[in-house]
Design a protein around this ligand. Sequence first.
Ligand SMILES: Nc1ncnc2c1ncn2[C@@H]1O[C@H](COP(=O)(O)OP(=O)(O)OP(=O)(O)O)[C@@H](O)[C@H]1O
Length: 246
Amino acid sequence: MSTRPVLEATDLKIAYGGNIALDVPRIAVRERELVGVVGANGAGKSTLVNGLLGWSRGSPKVSGKIMLDGRDISDLPPHERVRSGLLLIPEGKLVFAQMTVEENLASSVDVPTEGQGRRHYSSEEIYALFPRLYERRHHLGSQLSGGERQMLGIARALRLSPRALLLDEPSIGLAPRLVSTVLETVRALVDSGLTVLLVEQNVRAAIEVVDRLVLLERGRILAEGPASEMRDDPRIAEAYLGAHVA
Ligand SMILES: Nc1ncnc2c1ncn2[C@@H]1O[C@H](COP(=O)(O)OP(=O)(O)OP(=O)(O)O)[C@@H](O)[C@H]1O
């Protein structure tokens, strides 16, 4: 297997006016890897995933190089990055309230795909990954719980045969029990062959499922490493896990 990252950004800088929201020398996600990006409110997490897709609120100044499977996608508009298999599930709900679960999934069917390594998911496979959605398949989007809507948002993205998924705070607004369910599902997706960059404010929950953790602070990488090592990193432990490392 190639060691080349599936997704790699170098010298990524994003600024709103004079305010640098993000300054990341390098961030990379390898094949079948789950990388978690954590940090406080305003650390730049959404700016990062939106920037990787080439999308932004406002008109920030963006510079840097973004590669997907070794192909430079920095100059592509967001919809072409999506066509290449880079999919973003933004914060909030990507679900049609007046359609059933089944219709929501059908509305997100296989578009023509390009690029190597795309992972195709049939609806059977999706229902196997999300048994709760199968049970609720005749319910309207508006009748789903927050966790179910989040699952459906992810499931809809899977119908587009992703190469890599960018997930922005899938656990936001969920009850603690559901947070782990959603994140464990994300882990299962990676184990099924996906490559995922996960933005998450809940460090304690994220560290349980990710392979590597990147800690952002004021737009910069403060620490990064394998989850097992980062758990013992004082910057993570004290600030987020409430632990004191000797
Ligand atoms: N449209 C915008 N115009 C001006 N500044 C912005 C805009 N979007 C983000 N910023 C600034 O960029 C910085 C990073 O914001 P960002 O939303 O990426 O943080 P975050 O880590 O995702 O936080 P949160 O968890 O609250 O979503 C902040 O200082 C924010 O004020």
